[in-house]
Design a protein around this ligand. Structure first.
Ligand code: BGC
Length: 267
């Protein structure tokens, strides 16, 4: 892993497993110090921190519910005390609570919106405040700070049986673009990553099952299900100065899932 994030200080939410864990580890390997946020999987977060440290990097696990403003603030306070500040936020924490439309409870609608959308708003808001308070050090980076929101192909692809999740991700797109437009003049780069089907716990039931795996693959022109590391490598680039002119973009990392694969034949 090239040391593209040498000396950078990052917060990764939802980093005890899956995509968040892979991003935190890749950031560590690329030279960043990382606040590894978790909600309930303390062991998972400890393992990610251990991996970062054994590779010679710095990591700190912090328990926080990012749908609460005070908890988000805690992540930034830790970055401040342990690493002296923050340069990068990866707002990744998210859940699914799936149900057919008329079976979807208000509670499950709300919980997904609270974490997957409001949580990203709260952490991004705290990041912008902190970046401004820290001020720009052009020796560190041409950017004052970088924010990566975790979206999904479902910001664009409608998803029956998952309206809470798709609505949150559609909101993330609008949040990311509006925020990017608002703060780009201050040299804060806001972008998003839209993963496709990546092998994590969130969709384990599908990819572990033979029939489920087959169905997934039919939706992926590139012919393989993604690995968390596919997203982590994109995140390293998007957080590094190699992508300095990339502002307000959603980077789809999906093996072509968003290309309407059912139109390969016919249409
Ligand atoms: C969802 C996964 C799903 C993938 C592709 C992701 O955003 O969390 O469950 O496999 O999109 O549909």
């Amino acid at each position: 892993m090239p040391r593209d994030l040498e000396g950078a200080r990052a917060i990764v939410t939802g980093a005890s497993s899956g995509i968040g864990a892979a991003i935190a580890q890749a950031f560590g390997a690329a030279g960043a110090s990382v606040v590894v946020n978790y909600h309930s999987d303390e062991e998972g977060a400890a393992k990610v921190v251990e991996d970062i440290r054994s590779a010679g990097g710095q990591g700190e696990a912090v328990k926080a519910d990012v749908s609460k403003a005070e908890d988000c603030a805690q992540l930034f306070a830790t970055a401040e005390t342990k690493f002296g500040g923050v340069d990068i936020l990866v707002s990744n924490a998210g859940i699914q609570k799936d149900a057919a439309f008329t079976d979807l409870s208000l509670g499950d609608w709300q919980q997904v919106i609270d974490l997957n959308l409001t949580g990203q708003f709260l952490c991004a808001q705290e990041a912008v405040r902190r970046f401004r308070a820290q001020g720009h050090d052009a020796k560190r980076s041409p950017a004052l700070g970088k924010i990566i929101l975790m979206s999904s192909v479902h910001q664009a692809i409608p998803w029956a049986g998952h309206v809470n999740y798709a609505s949150a991700k559609g909101g993330v797109k609008a949040l990311m673009e509006s925020l990017a437009q608002e703060v780009a003049g201050e040299k804060i780069r806001v972008n998003a990553i839209a993963p496709g089907a990546i092998k994590t716990d969130i969709n384990r039931a599908e990819w572990e099952d033979e029939e489920g795996r087959k169905k997934m693959l039919e939706l992926i022109p590139y012919g393989r299900i993604g690995e968390p590391d596919d997203i982590a490598r994109a995140a390293v680039w998007l957080a590094s100065d190699a992508s300095d002119y990339v502002v307000g973009t959603t980077l789809f990392v999906d093996g072509g899932m968003a290309l309407y694969p059912s139109f390969r034949e016919g249409g």
